[in-house]
Design a protein around this ligand. Structure first.
Ligand code: ATP
Length: 285
């Protein structure tokens, strides 16, 4: 029987700006996002009965209609009147509720995998549109690469990849709700907005130091004020000599960018002293 395998990589935000709160309750954002090679893995195969069955080795995520992968399968089934069943096994490696879009990437991988398994013939832009119905980060996860995202995150423009580097991800043992963080943000009172044109210019010139200098996330203050452990991790990474440090998404994961391999072990070992979940990865360029 045909089995489809899909990787679902985590994303980081090199830049996250909020322009205003919209009348529909969403925030108008500008984000520059890229993928890293920390990924979940999904296996999908036909089921003889017309049903979606989702399993995972991870005991701490919902496996019913609350799971974004399940929702993606249901959306495709309903929209295209697919009367076939699917068994999805999700190998979870991306930390949950971490600001790394793990759930969104699982949804995107499910859309891509089932498009193949069920022979639906949908284009990437059609899958992106479907993804937007599931969550603001899903269209980017369908497209991959590096992109600037506008609107509530669904209006994408691909850009060239950033200069390659080491990415050290540290996640404190707390789960942060994206909705809570946006709820606490006062968009009209943001003191300093990061500059999208300067970041785009740094990436276009492949200048690693300038890219590090332009990192910015307006959600950082909200999460750092509420969770001192996130601030502590950020300060620690800076002290250990990471070249650029930023919280990803609504947190709590903080990432450090490092250009020289020799420095990676120092940052990693220094963090491991008080943060259990630390990953060393590369950009998916
Ligand atoms: P984002 O960066 O897009 O805000 P996140 O990385 O902060 O996302 P997720 O890991 O996607 O957050 O999980 C957020 C919530 O979604 C969790 O409470 C989790 O229970 C639920 N969830 C639904 N589906 C999944 C999935 N496939 N993997 C992980 N969590 C999921």
């Amino acid at each position: 029987m045909t089995k489809i395998f899909e990787k679902a990589p985590a994303k980081i935000n090199l830049l996250l700006d909020v322009l205003r709160k919209r009348d529909d309750g969403f925030h108008e954002v500008e984000m520059i996002m890229t993928m890293v090679d920390l990924a979940d893995r999904l296996e999908m195969e036909e089921l003889p009965r017309d049903q979606i069955v989702l399993t995972s080795q991870a005991g701490f995520i919902p496996l019913d209609e609350k799971n974004l992968a399940f929702q993606a399968a249901r959306l495709l089934k309903e929209r295209y009147d697919v009367r076939r069943g699917v068994y999805i096994h999700l190998v979870k490696r991306i930390p949950v509720a971490a600001g790394l879009a793990g759930g969104s990437s699982d949804a995107a991988a499910t859309l891509k995998g089932l498009n193949k398994l069920w022979g639906l013939g949908l284009s990437v832009s059609e899958l992106e549109l479907l993804g937007a119905e599931l969550g603001s980060d899903v269209p980017f996860c369908v497209r991959g690469g590096t992109a600037i995202a506008r609107g509530r995150g669904e209006k994408l423009e691909s850009i060239s990849p950033p200069p390659q580097c080491w990415v050290i991800l540290a996640k404190p043992p707390i789960n942060v709700s994206t909705a809570d963080v946006y709820g606490k943000l006062r968009a009209s009172q943001i003191a300093k907005h990061p500059s999208v044109p300067r970041m785009l210019d740094a990436i276009a010139r492949q200048s690693f130091p300038d890219m590090c200098g332009e990192l910015g996330n307006v959600l950082e203050d909200v999460t750092l004020d509420r969770y001192p452990e996130v601030r502590q991790i950020k300060e620690c990474m800076i002290k250990l000599g990471a070249d650029g440090v930023l919280m990803s998404g609504s947190g709590p994961t903080v990432f450090g960018l490092v250009s020289k391999e020799a420095k990676v072990a120092r940052v990693y070992n220094g963090l491991r002293g008080f943060c259990k979940e630390v990953y060393v990865v590369r950009l998916l360029t």
